[in-house]
Design a protein around this ligand. Sequence first.
Ligand SMILES: O=C(O)CCC(=O)C(=O)O
Ligand SMILES: [Fe+2]
Length: 296
Amino acid sequence: MPFTPSQLDEIVNKYKTDGYVIIDGLIPDNLYEPLCVAADNVTAKAQQGEWDDIRIVGKQFPPWSQEDRKAGVWGVQSLMNPELDESVFAEWYGSDDLLDVSAALMGVTRNDMQFELFNLLVNPTERDYALSWHRDDVKATATAEEETEALKIKHHTIQWNVALYDDECLTAVPRSHNRVRTSEERKANLEGGWGDMPGMQTLSLKKGQGVFYNNNILHVGKYNLAVKRRTLHGCYGSPPAGDTSRARNLLQHGLGYTADPGFKAGVPQSLWPMLDRLNAFQHDMEGKPIEYSQDD
Ligand SMILES: O=C(O)CCC(=O)C(=O)O
Ligand SMILES: [Fe+2]
């Protein structure tokens, strides 16, 4: 159901104040079961070694090395890659409510949006795993001055987790997206800590709910092997013309498959302008070295 302008205002205000907002009903009823089936299919491929674009237990940020994969899998990358042959993912990535909320949160219209990443977060099966407290796009080693500068930058993106099953894996410190870390937070960020933090809140999702969050809010993921997790995790961008700052966050994830002309024909038309924008951007970046947001 479309969001009213006043609902969108409320959502945007909460997101700006707290650094995140939880929203109900982002999965149309007719897509819920097909998404669950597709999520299980791609998870099985990742776990059985039939899909290599995965997040491997023991390492938080890309690149992941296949040599480590026996430790288990905590994420399946590139859900819309045609090689996975699960078109429902692109169908939902191009769905109206998701696009409308995302555009509002970035403060742009749908015409300004860029096609970006779409992955799946899953429970590991070999052992429990936890990331450490972090911001996605500020290095743990940043000084207070560097952190202040980094947090001022407009990132032209919106990131979300939408849960197919109840999910309590993501914990964040509300309102930490626009202030420097406390010494306790900095220490955990630097030393791999994932324990309790003053003011933290588990961003619990019921199935079908989504959390949209500033990926520089201080957050941590904790994964229990006994609790089934299939959480849709992705982002859109809205970089102004000529702005290449999204490269650092995006290109490390390998979006080359989107440039294949056959790819466009297989995704909903609602995504075509967004896809053209991404491909023009990838074309401009060709031959330039890939930067990573994080060193570890
Ligand atoms: O598991 C999650 O929900 C969060 C993952 C995360 O923080 C990350 O990929 O940087
Ligand atoms: Fe993160």
